[in-house]
Design a protein around this ligand. Structure first.
Ligand code: ATP
Length: 324
């Protein structure tokens, strides 16, 4: 293994820069030539692959987003796109690739690594925390902290006006952000893609709170829950429950941004360091993950197997009990 490239793909996540820095510096430490690929798989196809040295990643550890940029690249799903990407890597004699991203990124990496002669290691970089084989994905902790900060502010105004707020958070298939932020912000209820809470149950819970003089209530709505967006749910609930003035906030893309938390800086550094060490050790088609505070390799295939992935359902029960 002589030349290693790194790219970020899919949605950006805080901590990606810490990870890029760790990848580049670990490779250089071991005498490898290091490259950064701009805009994810698009950069592989466009041959936007630039040499990097230890100073190219100075002063980025604390920055949100990704200095390598990221993109959703449809052309990489086609055989012709993949072939062009491989040709560009071959030209630069790049034989190791670190991909930082989510499930789509790993699906692409798996296909690419199976078809072409290149060693591929994945780093779970997504705020959704929806990959198996890592207790936490990069960016998830920062996103949670960002959401909690926003909910705290909403709680102040909700409480002053005796209001019910529906707050929509990211998570089309994964309720991880919703569930953890519900616990940390003392939300009255949470609606998740993975678990069904009927609107009837929700209204009963809100009524119980109102009857014991709760001055405000907050319901966290994960994007992918079965009742639709926060506006739709608020409308349905308002028809049957009029105790509070009802408001809706959709947090949206602010959840992706911001300086990474201490946890994500450390996680990004550990995963980037481990990814390069895995490549040097001859590994390929694996994801590096954090499992019970140890770094562990999981095959890309298992990482993508969402059946292995478990929502922390004990937290759901706890939210219900602690918000009476
Ligand atoms: P996030 O979880 O933050 O959305 P992601 O990695 O899942 O991140 P996607 O947009 O789903 O984000 O995937 C990123 C890129 O991976 C796609 O734009 C595409 O280039 C590549 N990709 C996804 N699926 C495939 C596939 N089946 N074959 C080849 N490449 C793929």
């Amino acid at each position: 293994l002589k030349n290693i490239a790194v790219l970020t793909s899919g949605g950006d996540a805080p901590g990606m820069n810490a990870c890029i820095r760790a990848v580049i510096r670990t490779g250089i430490y071991h005498g490898k030539n290091m490259f950064g690929v701009m805009q994810g798989y698009q950069g592989l196809i466009d041959n936007n692959i630039i040499p990097m040295d230890a100073r190219s990643v100075s002063n980025i550890l604390h920055m949100g987003g990704t200095i390598l940029k990221t993109a959703r690249c449809l052309a990489f799903k086609e055989e012709a796109g993949m072939e062009l990407a491989f040709k560009n890597l071959q030209e630069k004699e790049i034989d190791g690739l670190v991909v930082i991203g989510g499930d789509g990124t790993f699906t692409g990496a798996k296909r690419f690594g199976e078809k072409y002669n290149i060693n591929v290691i994945g780093v779970p970089g997504t705020i959704d925390n929806d990959l198996s084989g890592s207790d936490f994905t990069l960016g998830y902790d920062t996103a949670i902290n960002t959401v909690i900060e926003a909910i705290d502010k909403i709680r102040d105004t909700a409480d002053s006006h005796d209001r019910l707020f529906f707050i929509e958070v990211m998570g089309r298939d994964s309720g991880c952000i919703a569930l953890r932020t519900a616990v940390a912000s003392g939300a009255e209820a949470v609606l998740l893609p993975e678990r069904e809470t009927s609107l009837k149950e929700l209204i009963t819970k809100l009524k119980a709170g109102a009857s014991t003089k709760k001055s405000s209530s907050i319901v966290i709505v994960s994007e992918g829950n079965k009742y639709g967006g926060a506006y739709d749910i608020a409308k349905s609930v308002k028809r049957k429950f009029t105790h509070y003035d009802t408001k809706v906030t959709i947090l949206g893309h602010l959840q992706r941004g911001g300086s990474p938390s201490g946890f994500d800086r450390i996680l990004g550094s550990r995963l980037g360091y481990a990814a390069v060490n895995a490549l040097i050790a001859g590994e390929s088609m694996q994801m590096v993950g954090l499992y019970g505070n140890a770094i562990k390799l999981t095959s890309l295939e298992d990482a993508l197997n969402t059946h292995n992935y478990k929502l922390e359902s004990d937290l759901l029960e706890m939210t219900h009990v602690l918000s009476i």
